[in-house]
Design a protein around this ligand. Structure first.
Ligand code: RTP
Ligand code: MG
Length: 165
């Protein structure tokens, strides 16, 4: 058997193992996608927010610090393109580095929305991330996916499969 063939078989085996690992880990309902927004990154609140996320039982499966181009921010928030705050939102989200992350936990989407609190920090419950770190309705420290389907779409928008473990 030639070395190329053995290498090919090893690679196939490795790919199959990784595929199985991902399927088990990223079942529907197990993941959500988050961003720590520019103002919270600029205010040195990355560590505090990640600590709240980990303490609440979420496992960080992927994470990076990145500046979104205007085009990518516009595309990410395209569902809001008819809303009056869209242009402001796109400018804000592309205006400085963010932390993007995929979080894993049972019931991830709903549990994470509970942990972050209401969109408007004035209405956010005590002890939620937005109550503690958000400064306004627009600059509200974190993003959280609103459905399992969007969690998958948003995770794939930001991360290649080899960046997720
Ligand atoms: P997110 O998507 O960021 O997790 O926030 P959300 O679901 O709680 O709120 P959503 O309605 O999806 O709005 C997306 C983001 O747009 C900004 N926003 N500004 N000025 C305003 O009235 C207003 N409303 C929404 C916020 O940054 C919000 O998180
Ligand atoms: Mg939303």
């Amino acid at each position: 058997m030639g070395i190329k063939k053995v290498e090919g078989e090893m690679l196939d085996h490795e790919n199959k193992m990784m595929e199985k690992f991902r399927k088990e880990r990223f079942n529907k309902g197990n993941i959500t996608f988050t961003m720590i927004k520019p103002e919270a990154v600029a205010a040195n609140n990355i560590g505090g927010i990640l600590k709240m996320i980990e303490d609440a039982g979420f496992r960080i499966s992927a994470m990076k610090k990145v500046v979104l181009s205007k085009e990518r921010a516009a595309s990410f928030y395209e569902v809001h393109k008819e809303r009056p705050f869209y242009a402001e939102l796109v400018d804000y989200m592309s205006g400085g580095p963010i932390i993007a992350a995929i979080l894993e936990k049972n019931n991830a989407v709903a549990d994470f929305r509970k942990l972050i609190g209401s969109t408007n920090p004035a209405e956010a419950a005590e002890g939620t991330i937005r109550k503690i770190y958000a400064t306004s309705m627009g600059e509200n420290a974190v993003h959280g996916s609103d459905s399992d389907e969007n969690a998958i779409i948003e995770s794939n928008f930001h991360f290649a499969s080899e960046e997720r473990f």
